[in-house]
Design a protein around this ligand. Structure first.
Ligand code: UDP
Length: 313
């Protein structure tokens, strides 16, 4: 019988982290979720708490930690991730991206574990290359308000590759594009929870700027499929994982209205500083090396997310 593998998911009580915990739990792994719960929530993992294969550690990853026993995989997902969170938690965001990634790499090195770093399309900043390919260096304003997140993730990528080079570790980097689905915080300020919250409560949909900026939205199950394929592959990356179907925010508002049925008003608000004008992943690398592509159309994913929010908020 194969020995049971153990996975450490930092940020395991967060939106994406908790879906990763589910994926490994349903496949018989032992899962350790580590989270300081500043943006994550115990409710995301409540259904796993009594399972003997699951352990939760409340800890701030920017401080060192020793975890007893063997660990085969470390997935580093600890970080605030919505623009209002990382603006409000700017120093914590930089600390977890830098010191936290260092600590997570230290754990992986000590345990001889495979390490996977959650990076982001934000490393491309306000991109001048469209769609974004992994070899594009990006257009980030290091001293703008989003710099705390973008630069922390860029540092995390560089540190991960330094550990690979110096310590010969098996590492992977995934660049995650806008992802949505159940367990996003209704008040996390991102466009998907904002629009769903607003439409469920008959409030106007808030469009920042003229609504012509674009995003490409990936359902969380597709993302988890891509991340786990990367983890279990020979690829290091960085690999873009995201849905290449691109929408303007104005078009996205129409899709949300159509899914819900009926019309609500639009309220135009100022565009946040350095808000990227366009974003769409080129996923040729993921297609070629992982055989991955997203399967869930936005119409279906938004319906599933809306149903979840209607029940859980
Ligand atoms: N946005 C919007 N209305 C909202 C929230 C966000 O128009 O209520 C816009 C935001 O300016 C950005 C896009 O939607 O252009 C996606 O924003 P989000 O915060 O979801 O993520 P980002 O991709 O900017 O990190």
């Amino acid at each position: 019988m194969a020995t049971q593998k153990t996975v450490l998911v930092t940020g395991g009580a967060g939106f994406i982290g908790s879906h990763l915990c589910d994926w490994f739990m349903t496949r018989g792994y032992k899962v350790i979720a580590l989270d300081n719960l500043i943006t994550g929530s115990k409710s995301n993992i409540a259904h796993l708490m009594k399972n003997k294969n699951f352990e939760f550690i409340k800890h701030d990853l920017s401080k060192p930690i020793r975890i007893p026993g063997k660990i085969d995989y470390v997935l580093n997902f600890a970080s605030p991730a919505s623009p209002i969170d990382y603006l409000n938690l700017s120093i914590q965001t930089m600390k977890v991206g830098a010191l936290g990634t260092h600590n997570a790499l230290g754990i992986a090195k000590a345990k001889k574990a495979v390490f996977l770093q959650a990076s982001t399309s934000e490393v491309y900043g306000d991109p001048l290359v469209h769609p974004q390919t992994e070899d594009y260096w990006g257009n980030v304003n290091p001293i703008g308000p989003r710099g705390v997140y973008d630069e922390a993730k860029r540092f995390a990528e560089a540190l991960t590759l330094a550990y690979k080079k110096v310590h010969k570790m098996d590492v992977k980097i995934v660049r995650i594009f806008n992802t949505y689905g159940p367990r996003m915080r209704l008040k996390d300020g991102r466009v998907v929870p904002n629009f769903i919250d607003q439409i469920l409560h008959d409030k106007p949909l808030t469009i920042y700027g003229n609504g012509k900026q674009t995003r490409s939205f990936c359902y969380v199950d597709d993302l988890v499929d891509g991340i786990t394929k990367l983890l279990l592959s020979k690829e290091t990356g960085p690999v873009n994982i995201g849905n290449p179907r691109e929408f303007t925010i104005r078009e996205f508002a129409d899709l949300v209205m159509k899914t819900h049925g009926g019309k609500v008003k639009l309220a135009y608000e100022p565009l946040p500083t350095d808000d990227p004008k366009q974003r769409k992943p080129n996923i040729a690398l993921a297609r070629k090396t992982l055989g991955w592509e997203p399967k869930i159309p936005l119409e279906q994913g938004i319906q599933l997310t809306m149903d979840w929010f209607a029940k859980n908020s």
